[in-house]
Design a protein around this ligand. Structure first.
Ligand SMILES: Cc1cc2nc3c(=O)[nH]c(=O)nc-3n(C[C@H](O)[C@H](O)[C@H](O)COP(=O)(O)OP(=O)(O)OC[C@H]3O[C@@H](n4cnc5c(N)ncnc54)[C@H](O)[C@@H]3O)c2cc1C
Ligand SMILES: *[C@@H]1O[C@H](CO)[C@@H](O)[C@H](O)[C@H]1NC(C)=O
Ligand SMILES: *[C@@H]1O[C@H](CO)[C@@H](O)[C@H](O)[C@H]1NC(C)=O
Length: 221
């Protein structure tokens, strides 16, 4: 296969984040009973019936609930639920990271169903950019880039092409090309749902320090 010689050096990703909650939330809400929790799930996005999530390395994560959101609204619902019930959230994509950073006893949010390339466009500031949802696989982004006129490609990417956009950004995954940037260095802007259930945007222009922490976040930001 011949690769197009134009490369996309920067990607723009809608990243759905893991969330930290203020400890006072837990204290305020710790008296909420289980039946109230179930009532909440009737109104808000419900967890799957899965009891555990096994990573590629065989780590078995047994959270209280596993969620597979299909939209931004689902995700906001999950965050609201977590806030009401004083729970923390960890995320997972394809579960291929070396250590089990997705481990939690509270809520595990698997983002694989949040998959779409929403835009491939040329910008004045960054050149060609691609915008995708957190769970979009590398191959889906590569197909969208190849279909573009002119055809585009990433400079380098990890070999297995089914990893999720948010998973490779969170751990700064890399391909085999010497001196090529890591996946997190390709990001020019990202959006995350924070603990208050609102969508926050991070970029160099807004705040370079926060942006750096948000990119290579190890699922802990
Ligand atoms: C067979 C194999 C081959 C590999 N090859 C390479 C390679 O060539 N190059 C390389 O660099 N690495 C490689 N790795 C490591 C792998 O690329 C990374 O671990 C990558 O993170 C995997 O993506 P994932 O979708 O499975 O992420 P996951 O393992 O599911 O998630 C990785 C981390 O990101 C966090 N996270 C995921 N989604 C979100 C989200 N939406 N919001 C917040 N945090 C999130 C998780 O909590 C976790 O901490 C390989 C691993 C395996 C098992
Ligand atoms: C996730 O997507 C798959 C395929 O698109 C679908 O079969 C599954 O029901 C979805 N999961 C949830 C929890 O909606
Ligand atoms: C994917 O994104 C495109 C562009 O924003 C949109 O038109 C399309 O409806 C989206 N598809 C899904 C399944 O969300």
């Amino acid at each position: 296969m011949t690769y197009p010689n134009r490369t996309v050096t920067l990607i723009l990703v809608l990243l759905i984040a893991s969330i930290f909650f203020e400890t006072y939330e837990s204290r305020v809400h710790k008296s909420i009973k289980r039946n109230e929790l179930i009532e909440n799930f009737k109104r808000l996005f419900a967890p799957t019936s899965e009891k555990s999530f096994t990573t590629w390395f065989g780590n078995v994560i047994t959270p209280q609930y596993i969620f597979r959101p299909n939209s931004l609204d689902d995700l906001k619902d999950i965050v609201k639920n977590a806030k009401i019930n004083g729970k923390k959230i960890r995320c997972a994509g394809r579960g291929h990271s070396w250590t089990s950073l997705s481990n939690t006893k509270d809520y595990l949010v698997i983002v694989n169903n949040l998959s779409n390339v929403t835009e491939v466009t040329k910008t004045d500031t960054y050149g060609w950019t691609i915008t995708a949802l957190a769970g979009t696989q590398i191959k889906t982004m590569e197909q969208a880039l190849l279909k573009n006129n002119p055809p585009l490609a990433f400079k380098t990417m990890p070999a297995p092409d089914f990893f999720s956009a948010s998973g490779i950004i969170a751990v700064a995954a890399h391909g085999g090309v010497t001196a090529a940037p890591s996946a997190s260095d390709l990001v020019v802007k990202l959006q995350m749902v924070s603990g208050d259930g609102e969508l926050q945007e991070f970029s160099n222009e807004k705040d370079p320090v926060e942006f750096n922490a948000a990119k290579l976040n190890l699922g802990e930001f």
